[in-house]
Write a protein that binds this ligand. Structure first.
Ligand code: SAH
Length: 203
Protein backbone atom coordinates (compact mmCIF):
# COMPACT_ATOMS: atom_id res chain seq x y z
CA UNK A 1 0.00 0.00 0.00
CA UNK A 2 1.24 3.50 -0.86
CA UNK A 3 2.27 5.74 2.03
CA UNK A 4 0.33 8.96 2.76
CA UNK A 5 3.46 10.91 1.77
CA UNK A 6 3.65 9.17 -1.61
CA UNK A 7 -0.09 9.69 -2.25
CA UNK A 8 0.36 13.37 -1.32
CA UNK A 9 3.13 13.74 -3.88
CA UNK A 10 1.06 12.09 -6.63
CA UNK A 11 -1.99 14.26 -5.81
CA UNK A 12 0.15 17.42 -5.72
CA UNK A 13 0.95 16.84 -9.38
CA UNK A 14 -2.68 16.79 -10.51
CA UNK A 15 -4.27 19.55 -12.56
CA UNK A 16 -6.75 21.50 -10.46
CA UNK A 17 -9.78 23.67 -11.39
CA UNK A 18 -9.02 25.81 -14.47
CA UNK A 19 -12.21 27.90 -14.65
CA UNK A 20 -13.48 28.16 -11.11
CA UNK A 21 -17.26 28.30 -10.77
CA UNK A 22 -17.73 30.18 -7.51
CA UNK A 23 -21.42 29.34 -7.27
CA UNK A 24 -20.45 25.67 -7.13
CA UNK A 25 -17.93 26.39 -4.33
CA UNK A 26 -15.03 24.78 -6.10
CA UNK A 27 -12.11 24.42 -3.74
CA UNK A 28 -9.76 21.53 -4.40
CA UNK A 29 -8.73 19.82 -1.18
CA UNK A 30 -5.03 20.51 -0.54
CA UNK A 31 -3.11 17.46 -1.75
CA UNK A 32 -1.51 16.32 1.52
CA UNK A 33 -4.74 16.80 3.46
CA UNK A 34 -6.55 14.73 0.81
CA UNK A 35 -3.83 12.06 1.03
CA UNK A 36 -4.01 11.86 4.83
CA UNK A 37 -7.81 11.73 4.73
CA UNK A 38 -8.05 8.87 2.22
CA UNK A 39 -5.28 7.05 4.09
CA UNK A 40 -7.25 7.31 7.33
CA UNK A 41 -10.19 5.83 5.40
CA UNK A 42 -8.13 3.05 3.76
CA UNK A 43 -9.99 0.23 5.55
CA UNK A 44 -13.22 1.48 3.97
CA UNK A 45 -11.61 1.93 0.54
CA UNK A 46 -9.38 -1.00 -0.40
CA UNK A 47 -11.45 -3.52 -2.38
CA UNK A 48 -14.65 -1.53 -1.76
CA UNK A 49 -17.08 0.43 -3.91
CA UNK A 50 -16.52 4.11 -3.20
CA UNK A 51 -18.61 7.09 -4.28
CA UNK A 52 -17.10 10.60 -4.34
CA UNK A 53 -19.91 13.19 -4.36
CA UNK A 54 -18.77 16.51 -5.84
CA UNK A 55 -15.50 14.93 -6.93
CA UNK A 56 -14.15 18.02 -8.69
CA UNK A 57 -10.74 17.39 -10.20
CA UNK A 58 -10.33 14.16 -8.24
CA UNK A 59 -8.21 14.83 -5.15
CA UNK A 60 -10.16 12.36 -3.03
CA UNK A 61 -11.37 10.06 -5.82
CA UNK A 62 -7.90 9.47 -7.22
CA UNK A 63 -6.43 9.15 -3.74
CA UNK A 64 -9.05 6.45 -3.10
CA UNK A 65 -8.25 4.76 -6.43
CA UNK A 66 -4.56 4.69 -5.45
CA UNK A 67 -5.58 2.83 -2.28
CA UNK A 68 -7.41 0.12 -4.22
CA UNK A 69 -10.95 1.51 -4.28
CA UNK A 70 -13.44 0.90 -7.06
CA UNK A 71 -14.43 4.54 -7.38
CA UNK A 72 -17.45 6.29 -8.93
CA UNK A 73 -17.29 10.07 -9.23
CA UNK A 74 -20.20 12.50 -9.40
CA UNK A 75 -20.02 16.20 -10.26
CA UNK A 76 -22.30 18.75 -11.92
CA UNK A 77 -19.39 20.48 -13.65
CA UNK A 78 -18.37 18.87 -16.94
CA UNK A 79 -15.11 20.82 -17.07
CA UNK A 80 -14.05 19.52 -13.66
CA UNK A 81 -14.84 15.95 -14.76
CA UNK A 82 -12.80 16.44 -17.95
CA UNK A 83 -9.81 17.51 -15.82
CA UNK A 84 -10.43 14.57 -13.49
CA UNK A 85 -10.33 12.22 -16.50
CA UNK A 86 -6.99 13.68 -17.63
CA UNK A 87 -5.67 13.27 -14.09
CA UNK A 88 -6.87 9.66 -14.02
CA UNK A 89 -5.17 8.87 -17.34
CA UNK A 90 -1.92 10.35 -16.07
CA UNK A 91 -2.01 8.37 -12.81
CA UNK A 92 -2.97 5.15 -14.62
CA UNK A 93 0.22 5.38 -16.67
CA UNK A 94 2.20 4.86 -13.47
CA UNK A 95 -0.09 3.08 -11.03
CA UNK A 96 -2.39 0.10 -11.27
CA UNK A 97 -5.81 1.59 -10.48
CA UNK A 98 -9.35 0.40 -11.23
CA UNK A 99 -10.83 2.69 -13.93
CA UNK A 100 -13.21 5.25 -12.46
CA UNK A 101 -16.93 5.42 -13.31
CA UNK A 102 -18.14 8.94 -14.20
CA UNK A 103 -21.56 10.42 -13.45
CA UNK A 104 -22.29 13.97 -14.59
CA UNK A 105 -25.16 15.68 -12.81
CA UNK A 106 -26.55 17.26 -9.69
CA UNK A 107 -25.94 15.20 -6.54
CA UNK A 108 -29.15 16.52 -4.98
CA UNK A 109 -31.45 15.32 -7.79
CA UNK A 110 -29.71 12.33 -9.41
CA UNK A 111 -30.65 8.77 -8.65
CA UNK A 112 -27.30 7.36 -7.50
CA UNK A 113 -26.04 3.82 -6.89
CA UNK A 114 -25.50 2.52 -3.36
CA UNK A 115 -21.93 1.80 -2.30
CA UNK A 116 -19.74 0.56 0.55
CA UNK A 117 -18.31 4.01 1.29
CA UNK A 118 -18.98 7.64 0.42
CA UNK A 119 -15.96 9.92 0.55
CA UNK A 120 -16.47 13.60 -0.09
CA UNK A 121 -15.43 17.16 0.37
CA UNK A 122 -18.74 18.75 -0.61
CA UNK A 123 -19.52 22.44 -1.08
CA UNK A 124 -19.57 23.97 2.40
CA UNK A 125 -22.82 25.86 1.93
CA UNK A 126 -21.34 29.34 1.90
CA UNK A 127 -22.81 30.24 -1.52
CA UNK A 128 -25.66 27.77 -1.77
CA UNK A 129 -27.27 27.59 1.66
CA UNK A 130 -27.63 24.04 3.05
CA UNK A 131 -26.02 22.36 0.04
CA UNK A 132 -23.66 20.68 2.56
CA UNK A 133 -26.69 19.20 4.34
CA UNK A 134 -28.18 18.04 1.03
CA UNK A 135 -24.94 16.27 0.10
CA UNK A 136 -24.80 14.63 3.51
CA UNK A 137 -28.40 13.41 3.51
CA UNK A 138 -27.85 12.03 0.00
CA UNK A 139 -24.77 10.17 1.27
CA UNK A 140 -26.71 8.72 4.22
CA UNK A 141 -29.20 7.17 1.79
CA UNK A 142 -26.50 5.44 -0.26
CA UNK A 143 -24.18 3.85 2.29
CA UNK A 144 -23.42 2.94 5.91
CA UNK A 145 -20.05 4.73 5.98
CA UNK A 146 -19.45 8.39 5.11
CA UNK A 147 -16.04 10.09 5.19
CA UNK A 148 -16.69 13.81 4.84
CA UNK A 149 -15.27 17.32 5.39
CA UNK A 150 -17.16 20.37 6.61
CA UNK A 151 -16.57 23.90 7.80
CA UNK A 152 -15.67 23.68 11.50
CA UNK A 153 -18.24 26.38 12.30
CA UNK A 154 -21.02 24.01 11.16
CA UNK A 155 -19.80 21.06 13.21
CA UNK A 156 -22.65 20.93 15.69
CA UNK A 157 -25.25 21.14 12.94
CA UNK A 158 -23.49 18.39 10.95
CA UNK A 159 -23.25 16.06 13.97
CA UNK A 160 -26.94 16.58 14.76
CA UNK A 161 -27.92 15.95 11.16
CA UNK A 162 -25.97 12.69 11.25
CA UNK A 163 -27.69 11.62 14.48
CA UNK A 164 -31.11 12.36 12.98
CA UNK A 165 -30.27 9.95 10.16
CA UNK A 166 -29.00 7.24 12.53
CA UNK A 167 -25.29 7.93 12.03
CA UNK A 168 -22.61 8.81 14.56
CA UNK A 169 -19.04 9.97 14.27
CA UNK A 170 -16.49 7.15 14.69
CA UNK A 171 -13.46 9.20 13.59
CA UNK A 172 -12.87 12.93 13.77
CA UNK A 173 -10.10 15.41 13.12
CA UNK A 174 -9.69 19.16 12.74
CA UNK A 175 -7.51 20.62 10.02
CA UNK A 176 -6.62 23.83 8.24
CA UNK A 177 -7.67 24.07 4.66
CA UNK A 178 -5.59 26.69 2.87
CA UNK A 179 -7.08 27.92 -0.36
CA UNK A 180 -6.19 30.75 -2.66
CA UNK A 181 -4.26 29.40 -5.58
CA UNK A 182 -7.42 28.72 -7.59
CA UNK A 183 -9.72 31.39 -6.20
CA UNK A 184 -9.33 34.81 -7.78
CA UNK A 185 -12.38 36.23 -5.95
CA UNK A 186 -10.46 36.22 -2.70
CA UNK A 187 -8.48 39.38 -2.22
CA UNK A 188 -5.78 37.79 -0.09
CA UNK A 189 -3.56 35.28 -1.86
CA UNK A 190 -4.28 32.61 0.74
CA UNK A 191 -7.25 32.00 2.97
CA UNK A 192 -7.41 29.53 5.82
CA UNK A 193 -10.60 27.60 6.43
CA UNK A 194 -10.94 25.65 9.64
CA UNK A 195 -12.40 22.27 8.68
CA UNK A 196 -13.80 19.31 10.58
CA UNK A 197 -13.20 15.88 9.11
CA UNK A 198 -15.49 13.00 10.06
CA UNK A 199 -16.22 9.38 9.47
CA UNK A 200 -19.90 8.79 10.16
CA UNK A 201 -21.08 5.23 10.57
CA UNK A 202 -24.66 3.91 10.75
CA UNK A 203 -25.41 3.00 14.35
N1 SAH B 1 -14.17 17.00 -3.78
C1 SAH B 1 -13.25 17.81 -4.56
C2 SAH B 1 -13.86 19.15 -4.97
C3 SAH B 1 -14.43 19.97 -3.85
S1 SAH B 1 -15.20 21.45 -4.46
C4 SAH B 1 -11.98 17.99 -3.78
O1 SAH B 1 -11.94 17.52 -2.66
O2 SAH B 1 -11.02 18.58 -4.28
C5 SAH B 1 -16.92 21.00 -4.53
C6 SAH B 1 -17.29 20.25 -5.82
O3 SAH B 1 -18.70 20.00 -5.79
C7 SAH B 1 -17.01 21.03 -7.10
O4 SAH B 1 -16.33 20.21 -8.02
C8 SAH B 1 -18.41 21.38 -7.65
O5 SAH B 1 -18.48 21.41 -9.07
C9 SAH B 1 -19.25 20.25 -7.08
N2 SAH B 1 -20.66 20.57 -6.90
C10 SAH B 1 -21.20 21.69 -6.35
N3 SAH B 1 -22.53 21.59 -6.32
C11 SAH B 1 -22.86 20.38 -6.86
C12 SAH B 1 -24.07 19.67 -7.08
N4 SAH B 1 -25.25 20.19 -6.73
N5 SAH B 1 -24.02 18.43 -7.65
C13 SAH B 1 -22.84 17.88 -7.99
N6 SAH B 1 -21.65 18.49 -7.80
C14 SAH B 1 -21.66 19.72 -7.24
Amino acid sequence: MLSPARIGIVLSQLTTFVHVDHKKEQYATPSQLAADFVYAARGDIEGKTVLDLGAGTGMLALGAALLGGNVTVVDSDENALAILKENEVRIAQQYDITPLTYIHGDVTTLSLPTCDTVIMNPPFGTKHKHIDALFLTTAFKLTNTVWTMHKASTEKFIRNLALEHGFSSVWYKRADFTIGRTHTAHTKPKKKIDVSLFCFSRT
